[in-house]
Design a protein around this ligand. Sequence first.
Ligand SMILES: Cc1cc2nc3c(=O)[nH]c(=O)nc-3n(C[C@H](O)[C@H](O)[C@H](O)COP(=O)(O)OP(=O)(O)OC[C@H]3O[C@@H](n4cnc5c(N)ncnc54)[C@H](O)[C@@H]3O)c2cc1C
Length: 382
Amino acid sequence: MIDLSLSAPQQEVRDKFRSFADRHIIPARMHHDRDSSFPFEIMNKAWDEGIFNSPIPEQYGGSGCSFTESALASEELGAGCVGMGITIDTHTLACLPILLSGSQSCRTSLFGQIMKRRMIGAFCLTEPDAGSDIGNLKTTAERKGGSYILNGRKRFITNGEIAGFHTVFAKTDSSAGARGISIFFVPAGVAGVKIVSRMDKMGQRAAVQNEIEYENVEIPQEYLIGTEGGGFKTAMKTFNRTRISIAALALGNARAAWEYAGNWASRRIQFGKPVTVNQGVSFKLADMRTEIEAARLLIWNAASAIDRNTSEQAMLSSMAKYYATDKAMRITEDAVQVMGGEGYSKEHPVEKMMRDAKLCQIYEGTNEIQKLIISKNMFSRS
Ligand SMILES: Cc1cc2nc3c(=O)[nH]c(=O)nc-3n(C[C@H](O)[C@H](O)[C@H](O)COP(=O)(O)OP(=O)(O)OC[C@H]3O[C@@H](n4cnc5c(N)ncnc54)[C@H](O)[C@@H]3O)c2cc1C
């Protein structure tokens, strides 16, 4: 028998994140969406209450959650506000290369700084000419004595302007393609790091994204994370984990839209009856609920593959990301439709949820790239 019931610790994690979303995120989400203002106060509370750093082991100052528990956490953050959820999950994205590839002394030293100074992280991979094709990075890190000199430009960087540290991907060997990529820990305040601009965007407006320039930034050798040339492999291992979080944020968003639209529709009277007595409405809600359950199973399956260190992690995590985020897009759009004109109004959160859903299909690898990963893995097994 396969038992999918949550254990007591898993329920505890889910309840903790749900309570945080109910108390702090949901009351403030419409305001931050409207103003596109960064929720500093809520993020401070999130750090105080251990909402950041969930999958970082306790020995390094985190909560020591499994990736299954982290997926439960992200679902609750997504049900609150995907913009605030991605701010928190991007910090995890920036920390994971340290955890996955850093030496013992690198982990102790960098997590020591991050936890002591409550540094939120930014993950700096994408560039103007390197989006899906990350092997085409132009940022360079040249060795000079005991340091590296970093030069280049990064685009669409979540948390850029508010981050305490950047996890930067740069070429240490420009002739080696993806095998020339290395990763560096860059404290945000060092000379030569410049925030060029902030992105104005459709959804997830509580989160910030920036273009960042690195001009002759001197980085001590001990801030190299892992080995020279090991950056691409580490990025892929990181994404196997964090794409599950994106899927879970999208799932939470879809669940919240389904709940809101379903409650509204069951009270909306037209032609003398609640609109949910029409199959045109109730079948939509039934499809939405079915797809939410299916997405959750894919997410738990992928997270469990990571926790148990079984095979096919990349494929399962891409399946979860592609399926959950595509379904979340459809579910949030249908939530607007179920509510008619009210759904389109900013008096209700479903139009925000629809705008927020779109981005989950794009970042951390577009869904076209996820299908590429799935098909590549399928054929490499046969
Ligand atoms: C709001 C936001 C936040 C982000 N946050 C971060 C961040 O924190 N850190 C970071 O490093 N990056 C971040 N990104 C970048 C994001 O991961 C990229 O935008 C994404 O990977 C796609 O790259 P691109 O935009 O350059 O699209 P492109 O690579 O230019 O793709 C354009 C289109 O072509 C398709 N395409 C490309 N290649 C193929 C192919 N081989 N087969 C089929 N279709 C293909 C794509 O799916 C897409 O539809 C963020 C982006 C946004 C918009």
